[in-house]
Ligand binder design. Sequence first.
Ligand code: CTP
Ligand code: MG
Length: 247
Amino acid sequence: MTIAAVLTAAGSGSRLGHALPKAVVPVAGVPLVVHAARALLAARTADGASVTQLVVTAPAAHLDTVAALVGEVVDEAAADVRLDVVGGGRTRQESVAAGLAELTDDVDVVLVHDAARPFAPPALVARVVEAVRSGHAAVVPGLPVVDTIKRVGAGDGTGRPVLETVPRGDLVAVQTPQGFARDVLERAHAVGSGRGADETTAASDDAGLVEATGVRVWVVPGDERAAKVTTARDLMVAQALTTGAPA
Ligand code: CTP
Ligand code: MG
């Protein structure tokens, strides 16, 4: 088994509203992309397998910065890791596709992870890899949904009508890293590439593309620490949890 990870870090972070692209915004003085890369490279399966190729998607204007930052993480890692840094696409889906194009021939398991989930613990990364290795071609971490979820219809200017309450016991909120047999993920991206150019049609995760090809996706237990940093509030929470101090 040869494991690669595509680390998506090419987004602008518009909802975060920071002057810097989200992936290079620091928490505890360390950029999000560095936290995420460290977790990916620290993960070990029960038999000692680890990520040996790391492909990072970066904003075009920040390729050198991201390459230098993640290069230090790779240098710190005990294992021999190949690093590639590529410019991102217009959407996350296109960025992942650009990352997949860099995989070396020997890779057979691919993780896709968001720099926006900087504190996904190495044990979660390993759990996903183990599930792929056990025979599931597509694996996502998921947590139970805590809110009551309602489907709504078109609004009338004051609000939107509830159409139904979706039974919550059947729902999970999905995280990254997501893990795949390489051939399954590459095929899903090839089949779904037409959706990728536009945020309104692009897949928001890779498992969604795999589902669309008819391959079964499996959920393993997620981890609260893999929460996504989307808003300024999320960044403050991450900072407080990491340092005990407000951002
Ligand atoms: N991403 C990417 N390429 C894009 C868009 C997003 O690599 N064209 C990455 C982001 O860097 C992030 C992950 O995909 O790590 C999840 O995306 P999201 O949380 O939406 O980040 P942004 O797109 O940067 O944020 P926003 O949507 O608020 O602009
Ligand atoms: Mg986005």
